[in-house]
Design a protein around this ligand. Structure first.
Ligand SMILES: [Zn+2]
Length: 173
């Protein structure tokens, strides 16, 4: 397994829709493993392939937060939201591509998602709570959308300016 570097917003690859996966092979399983390792290392609860510059419809997540509870790594390939609840919920979201910036985002409280696992087996599950927010946030990444796109333009621009500055500092080392 290899740690991949995470792209920081703004980056054109974070604004581009990702391509569907067609080959369920060892390379795909390696990608999912790398993404999980990178996510846990960050640490984060979700990561989408475009965030490491791979323009394919793959996301990983693990929203288990309780100390001592067993981790529950999930890798979703070609995920599709099949159903969203009328009920909505608000979570303070963050993003590994937008470090240290958080904002409340309202989304459907529950979603039903279908996907393939990295071996190509079809899966379908309903998510609620933090898992529902996380899976929607990550699927947005596959469509080139970031959580700051839900914010008012002024707030979004402010965050983007901070990220431009951060990237400049990181480039300087
Ligand atoms: Zn994100």
């Amino acid at each position: 397994m290899t740690l991949r570097s995470i792209l920081i917003h703004p980056d054109p690859r974070l604004k581009k829709p990702a391509d569907p996966v067609t080959a369920f092979d060892a390379e795909l399983r390696g990608l999912a493993d790398d993404m999980l390792e990178t996510m846990y290392d960050a640490p984060g609860i979700g990561l989408a392939a475009p965030q490491i510059g791979v323009m394919r419809r793959v996301l990983v997540m693990d929203c288990v937060k309780e100390e001592g509870e067993a981790p529950r790594p999930m890798a979703l390939v070609n995920p599709v939201i099949e159903w969203s609840s009328e009920a909505r919920s608000v979570y303070e979201e963050g993003c590994l591509s937008i470090p240290e910036q958080y904002a409340e985002v309202e989304r459907p409280a529950e979603v039903e998602v279908s996907w393939s696992d990295p071996d190509g087996s079809p899966m379908r599950q309903r998510f609620e709570g933090l898992w529902a927010t996380c899976v929607q946030h990550e699927i947005d990444h596959l469509d080139g959308k970031l959580f700051i796109d839900y914010l008012k333009p002024l707030r979004r621009q402010m965050i983007t300016r901070k990220m431009v500055k951060l990237k400049r500092e990181m480039a300087r080392g």
